[in-house]
Design a protein around this ligand. Structure first.
Ligand SMILES: NC(=O)c1ccc[n+]([C@@H]2O[C@H](COP(=O)([O-])OP(=O)(O)OC[C@H]3O[C@@H](n4cnc5c(N)ncnc54)[C@H](OP(=O)(O)O)[C@@H]3O)[C@@H](O)[C@H]2O)c1
Length: 331
């Protein structure tokens, strides 16, 4: 079967290839999904570029992709809750999804939302799980205010709708050409960052979901209230996360040095700061299904590429200008 793999760490254009690989066999706790669609995340690019080498070891070549939707065509003997023919979606942990068949542990699979196409379903797992886990980490409550920068991105567009469903007041930023469709996601204030300084508008927010990193992580502290929260997806590793990762003393010292400016800001604002590493979670996939089936969350698809053009899809996402999600149609 065809699979899009990376053969070594480096530039996406040089290291991503189409390969012929063996169709996977399943263990007794797994289902075999015939892939109908997969979606591209910036994570796929970071993996190829070797930005996750310190936390994940890949045996090369490895098939890329984390999100999948499709139909179960085989199931293991210990799989009571799924049937052959079920239409499902999943965020997998290891074996990639840019291929024709994927073997996945039943614990990571959920029935896809009934009101979506396979392409729409494949666009949801990773960004939806990230948004849910980040807002839960920050314990966002009804009536609180949150800044979600990059509202036109995969995570941002889901997080805006999820935060509104909680009852929060949502600020977001996006460039001029995206303002009108991002408004339709329900954000209370959509700030065009090309023409307006968002830090002059957002003040004393209860939370920031930092999707941009670098200077934006530091800036987040200037717009939260005293005692507010900064939940980051891309900023420096916080102390508790570093402890949980069981890192050695030297790595921990290095990370403490890297977050020294943030540590100062945390103290000044008596803030809570935490880095979220999204985890696969079928219970939360069910929550995503319910949010989509009830119409609370809608997905926005920017472009659909066939499997043979996955490299172009990756290069498109790498530019960082995606409007919603980029999907690979496989069947
Ligand atoms: N820690 C985790 O577990 C985790 C999980 C998921 C994602 N992430 C990371 O989180 C980041 C966001 O992911 P994503 O999937 O949402 O990315 P994405 O869909 O590729 O984000 C692209 C969007 O970012 C917007 N953007 C870029 N620069 C901006 C700026 N300065 N201000 C406002 N908007 C800006 C672009 O809009 P314009 O064209 O309008 O600028 C575009 O719509 C990535 O770095 C990803 O790797 C981490």
């Amino acid at each position: 079967m065809k699979a899009i793999q990376f053969t070594g760490y480096g530039e996406v254009s040089k290291k991503v290839k189409t390969s012929e690989i063996v169709k996977p066999t399943i263990s007794k706790d797994e289902v075999l999904i015939e892939t109908y669609a997969a979606s591209v995340n910036p994570l796929d690019i970071k993996v190829v570029e070797g930005k996750l080498k310190s936390v994940s070891n890949f045996k090369l070549p490895t098939t890329l992709g984390y999100d999948v939707s499709g139909i179960i065509i085989e199931k293991g003997e210990n799989v009571p809750n799924f049937n052959i023919g079920d239409e499902v979606f999943s965020k997998v942990n290891r074996q990639g999804t840019f291929t024709e068949f994927v073997a996945v542990n039943q614990k990571l699979v959920s029935l896809k939302p009934k009101n979506t196409t396979f392409e729409e379903a494949a666009s949801l797992p990773l960004v939806g799980l990230t948004a849910i886990q980040a807002l839960k980490r920050g314990k966002l409550k009804s009536g609180e205010s949150i800044l979600i920068p990059a509202g036109s991105g995969g995570v941002g567009s889901f997080a805006i709708q999820y935060a509104k469903s909680i009852g929060a007041y949502v600020y977001t930023t996006t460039s001029s050409e995206n303002v009108s469709w991002v408004k339709k996601l329900g954000a209370d204030e959509v700030i065009d960052y090309k023409t307006v300084d968002y830090t002059a508008i957002v003040q004393d927010a209860d939370m920031v979901l930092d999707t941009l990193g670098n200077e934006y992580t530091e800036e987040a502290f200037s717009v939260i209230k005293n005692g507010g929260k900064v939940i980051t997806l891309v900023g420096p590793v916080d102390k508790e996360t570093a402890n949980r990762m069981k890192l050695n003393k030297i790595t921990k010292l290095f990370l403490a040095f890297k977050r020294r400016k943030i540590t100062k800001q945390i103290k000044q604002k008596s803030a809570f700061y935490s880095l979220v590493f999204m985890r696969a979670n079928a219970k939360q996939l069910n929550e995503i299904s319910e949010l989509v089936e009830s119409g609370t969350v809608k997905t926005k698809i920017d472009k659909v590429f066939p499997l043979k053009d996955t490299l172009n899809a990756l290069l498109y996402v790498k530019k960082g200008r995606t409007k919603g999600k980029v999907v690979i149609k496989i069947k």
